[in-house]
Design a protein around this ligand. Structure first.
Ligand code: GLN
Length: 244
């Protein structure tokens, strides 16, 4: 946690890992901090750049095409692996979407090619022959015991993710989720969060952005409420699109 109530966000590979407007997640985090008078700073770390594990409260990786993922996978494994493990062990939030999520585990198997994962959570991803898993999606997650909330978004992935000992982020209400088979979506292991949901996700699920901010800053209590009329409409629309 950073002492003076500033969220320091580090985007990994923001040029390569950014599809379906995943960069919108960064904008929403910034706005929701600023609207509350919480300081905000954004840094970036690209290919070949060392990462300072204490340099951010939250590390973010968006989605990407297989081709770009291959570059990032090697860089994560060779250049940033230790720093990311250290950051996670120190309580930083690691938040990854789709292609970024697939790189959090052991490997991403693409036919003959196996991309290394950064090994933060026990999962693996396999590019199967079947159709891409595409469509609107809604999941239910349990924020705290008994406190169930819905996340809604859009998914489009060829890879199927299978969790080992890790806990899923949520249960699929509508859509495909991790692998179209076991009814689960994403992963949540301590402060490491992975999900297939684009949208971009956070503008459609502002409550989740707030939870990420509070967690990254080590707040025990939820952040003060904002006037979320538009955000609630966006959320309701994403749920309607997913039929939930
Ligand atoms: N390239 C990955 C896949 O197709 C991830 C795609 C994405 O990030 N939307 O599975």
């Amino acid at each position: 946690m950073h002492e003076d109530g500033e969220l320091r966000l580090c985007a990994l590979y923001p040029d390569l890992m950014n599809i379906y407007a995943d960069r919108g997640n960064l904008l929403l985090l910034e706005r929701r901090c600023r609207w509350r008078g919480i300081g905000f700073s954004l840094s970036a770390s690209g290919l070949g750049e060392e990462l300072d594990p204490a340099g951010a409260d939250m590390f973010y990786i968006g989605g990407g095409q297989d081709r770009d993922q291959a570059l990032c996978a090697r860089d994560l494994a060779e250049v940033k692996r230790e720093a990311l493990h250290e950051a996670a062990a120190n309580g930083a939030v690691i938040f990854a979407v789709c292609g970024g999520y697939q790189l959090l585990g052991h490997s991403y198997q693409l036919g003959e090619q196996s991309l290394p994962g950064v090994g933060l959570v026990d999962l693996e991803t396999i590019r199967a022959d079947g159709p891409r898993l595409i469509g609107n999606v809604a999941i239910e997650m349990e924020l705290a015991p008994g406190e169930r909330r819905v996340l809604a978004g859009f998914e489009n992935h060829g890879g199927r993710t299978f969790l080992g000992a890790a806990t899923p982020l949520g249960r699929v209400l509508s859509g495909h989720g991790n692998n179209d088979r076991d009814g689960y979506e994403g992963v949540r292991s301590g402060n490491v969060i992975g999900t297939y949901l684009h949208g971009p996700l956070l503008p459609k699920n502002a409550w989740f952005a707030d939870w990420l901010i509070a967690t990254a800053l080590g707040h025990e209590q939820p952040l003060p409420a904002l006037d979320d009329e538009l955000e609630q409409e966006a959320h309701a629309e994403a749920r309607r699109a997913a039929g939930v």
